[in-house]
Design a protein around this ligand. Structure first.
Ligand code: GTP
Ligand code: MG
Length: 195
């Protein structure tokens, strides 16, 4: 995928702030610090357009990035960060649920999982939610560079099993560090926005 244009558009909190040009949207969800923003930067080949941080809980809105005037990548706030207040957590939950329930341009949800760890209760809940709303999902197993290649298969199987991944959903091995999975993920995104 050749990237000709990529820009940050808006940090949206309320639905009336979501873009209204009806471009297809690909959203990214996952635990705080799992590597969502890094994955966006890798996809669009920009070092730091999506703000990354070694400090978890930094992204607190839906951050919209427009790519090639063709698609929006929508970065969700990460879940599971202990220091976020309870009120804030409830607000996040409501914002995400409203988006998933009613966002017509959403074509594909990426659920980002750290290859090193078994998916958490919240990962499992998020995946169940997505399936409940019948949202096409791609599970992206990232930080592949953090474990030896010989263990990739075993860890991917573990992720699939714990999440009970629907056979219709694809699972992609990824590393923002090495660029593994980038082309495959673009193929999946392009297919999703073509339909
Ligand atoms: P929040 O916005 O807080 O939810 O975090 P996030 O999911 O956007 O994570 P972010 O992309 O900011 O990455 C968190 C940390 O993980 C950073 O220090 C990244 O450099 C690191 N990281 C992300 N992806 C990878 C990867 O594929 N490999 C390695 N080794 N490190 C990664
Ligand atoms: Mg982030």
């Amino acid at each position: 995928m050749k990237i000709t244009q990529a820009e940050f558009v808006i940090s949206a909190v309320k639905p009336h702030q979501y873009p209204e040009d009806a471009l297809p949207e690909i959203a990214l969800a996952g635990r705080s610090n799992v590597g969502k923003s890094s994955l966006i930067n890798k996809l669009i080949l920009r070092k730091n357009l999506a703000r990354t941080s070694s400090q978890p809980g930094k992204t607190q809105q839906l951050n919209y990035y427009r790519v090639n005037d063709q698609v929006y990548l929508v970065d969700f706030p990460g879940y599971g960060y202990a220091k976020v207040s309870k009120t804030q957590r409830v607000l996040f939950g409501e914002m995400i649920e409203r988006y998933l329930q009613g966002r017509e341009p959403l074509k594909l949800q990426l659920l980002i999982i750290d290859i090193r760890h078994e998916p958490s209760e919240q990962d499992q809940q998020m995946y169940k939610w997505l399936k409940h709303y019948e949202i096409p999902t791609c599970v992206v197993v990232t930080k592949a560079d953090k474990i030896p290649k010989s263990k990739w298969d075993k860890h991917i199987k573990m992720v699939k099993k714990t999440l009970e991944v629907d056979p219709r959903d694809s699972v992609v091995l990824f590393s923002s560090e090495l660029g593994i999975g980038r082309e495959q993920l673009w193929d999946i995104i392009n297919e999703a926005i073509a339909t």
